[in-house]
Design a binder for this molecule. Structure first.
Ligand code: FEO
Length: 394
């Protein structure tokens, strides 16, 4: 199966409708994903990317139906992560001497993954590869999101092959941005940015400005996951610039776990206090034991402030809270306020622990947090409401 993208460029990837977890168990993919590979058949033939290893045989068989594999002159490996390079070992058995174009770090990563001495050709930003009348221009994009990542651009067809950037984990048979449900599409784009690209936001801004400074016409962005942006491709570039610039909405997100309902009750009362003081703000509550971690992270990304609650257990915090905080710490959110809360029975360390992690994670921790002994009584309920009002004012 192939899908024509434009002129001699065809999509030859794999739609993975069943995928529900990516990066092991790290990222939820409610709508599956796609691994996009592209075949460019000019005077010279180039294959851009492959697919994830479980689909390697299927991919190579499909590719062989599109072209005699020996006619592939160049393989372009924009990124060595297994979801894009996983079919290389299978493919290279058929065409062992075909040159693979990648960055210097790409060679290291590909060798690290597959321990093969393939015919690597290192490229740098500005290097060009002639396909006949058209050329591929390479642009290194380190840490978007791996050290080896690069983009490439096909002249005359004005196509940017952007690898993970501008992608989404979104399985669809339509494959083009103008054909799919727009709210589903942008929900997945935002989740992808929030969970994968947030720590690299300064590099996102720098790289987009650099690519724009080349003044190359842009008709299509061929990502490596999800849809191909053929209708106003600049719209996702503009969204990335907006998201990379410490994005926030008028939202406060309360995330917590609870043992015997005390911390849940606190969360609800704090939310009521916030709404009392500011009826405009969008307050959302998530019990972390019952919520999808990556969906919660997306809500954190959208928030101007977060409140994190856990009761104290064994002088620590509940594991769902600890795990989410670990994830939040790695994502290096900026320009967000935070505070902690939680119930306790005797030692009561949870609020201090949460505040410390939030501070270490780059949040502006706005107060010492709120501790309540045992289940909240009327006096504590009032304190929670006041705490919420104070948060809203701050
Ligand atoms: Fe889609 Fe970084 O791999």
């Amino acid at each position: 199966m192939s899908i024509n993208v434009k002129n001699n460029v065809d999509w030859v990837g794999k739609i993975d409708w069943e995928l529900r977890k990516f990066h092991g168990d790290e990222y939820s993919t409610h709508r599956g994903s796609t691994y996009n590979a592209y075949l460019i058949k000019e005077e010279k033939v180039a294959l851009v990317e492959t697919v994830w290893a479980p689909f390697a045989k299927e991919f190579v068989a499909n590719l062989a139906g599109e072209i005699d594999l020996k006619k592939i002159d160049y393989v372009i490996a924009n990124h060595a992560e297994s979801d894009h390079s996983g079919a290389l070992p299978e493919l290279m058995q058929h065409i062992p001497d075909t040159p693979i174009y990648c960055t210097k770090n790409g060679v290291k990563s590909l060798k690290g993954h597959y321990h093969q001495d393939w015919n690597f050709n290192v490229v740098k930003t500005g290097d060009r590869l002639s396909l006949g009348k058209k050329e591929l221009i390479f642009v290194e994009a380190p840490m978007l999101h791996w050290p080896d990542t690069m983009f490439c651009y096909l002249t005359q067809d004005n196509i940017l092959f952007s690898n993970d950037a501008f992608g989404q984990h979104y399985a669809t048979e339509y494959m083009f941005n103008d054909l799919v449900d727009q709210s589903e599409l942008f929900e997945e784009c935002l989740k992808y940015y929030a969970n994968i690209l947030t720590p690299f936001s300064p590099m996102v801004i720098k790289k987009i400005k650099e690519v724009l400074s080349f003044n190359l016409p842009l008709d299509i962005i061929c990502t490596s996951h999800g849809v191909i942006w053929r209708d106003k491709p600049e719209q996702i570039v503009e969204k990335y610039l907006e998201w990379a610039n410490d994005y926030q909405e008028n939202q406060i997100t309360i995330i917590y776990d609870t043992m015997w309902n005390g911390t849940r009750l606190m969360a609800q009362q704090i939310a009521a206090g916030i709404k009392d003081a500011d009826n405009e703000v969008n307050v959302k509550l998530f019990n972390l034991a019952k919520s999808d971690k990556n969906d919660v992270i997306t809500e954190v990304f959208k928030s101007k402030a977060i409140l994190v609650g856990s009761p104290t257990i064994n002088r620590g915090v509940l594991v769902s809270v600890a795990g989410t905080l670990e994830e939040i710490k790695g994502l290096k959110f900026k320009n967000k306020k935070a505070a902690a809360f939680g119930c306790y029975g005797w030692s009561g360390e949870s609020v201090k622990i949460i505040s410390g992690i939030l501070e270490e994670s780059g949040f502006d921790v706005i107060n010492e947090g709120l501790k309540v002994m045992w289940n909240p009584d009327d006096e504590s309920i009032t304190k929670c409401t006041e705490f919420g009002k104070q948060i809203a004012r701050l």
